[in-house]
Design a protein around this ligand. Structure first.
Ligand code: SF4
Ligand code: SF4
Length: 149
């Protein structure tokens, strides 16, 4: 760069606002398509376990018996596989990253899903035909003679 052009650029930069921001005093805005932390809408989850099975890093654990959904955010790589696989569309990406942490911890969310009651079995009819008794064994129909001794 020629010395004159360099002086011009320096003078211009002197009166311009800085290109950087004073983070963390001024937090940066996230881009619209930022894949941030995973959120769940507990009221729509039916504990189907698909997100648990599809997660490549095993960051999600679904406990059907205890009715909880747990995520280890330090294991999550924001791949979005759980969001795509969820049949109830209750998972989403928040447009921001997780806050920094000083120790490992997981987030456990209680799921209020109530499984549907089992369908009642159809009543059996009292007049159901009873099977006919087997004919008595006779020398003609007995297979005793064919059995090995
Ligand atoms: S975004 Fe990917 S890594 Fe994170 S919990 Fe979902 S499936 Fe697992
Ligand atoms: S979050 Fe979605 S995929 Fe995961 S257990 Fe609930 S309903 Fe199933």
């Amino acid at each position: 760069m020629k010395p004159l052009a360099m002086t011009k650029l320096s003078l211009k930069s002197l009166f311009k606002a800085p290109a950087t921001v004073a983070y963390p005093a001024i937090p940066r805005e996230y881009f619209t398509g930022t894949r941030g932390r995973i959120l769940i809408e507990p009221s729509t989850c039916n504990l189907c376990v698909i997100c648990d099975v599809r997660c490549p890093t095993k960051a999600i654990k679904v406990d059907r018996k205890g009715q909880t959904w747990t995520i280890d955010r330090l294991r999550c790589i924001q791949c979005g596989a759980c969001i795509e696989a969820c049949p109830r569309k209750c998972l989403s990406n928040e447009n921001r990253y997780s806050d920094p942490v000083t120790h490992k911890e997981t987030l456990t969310v209680p799921i209020p899903f109530v499984p549907p009651a089992p369908k009642p079995k159809p009543a059996t009819s009292a007049a159901a035909p009873t099977p006919a008794p087997a004919p008595a064994a006779t020398p003609e129909n007995s297979d005793a003679k064919d059995r090995p001794v």
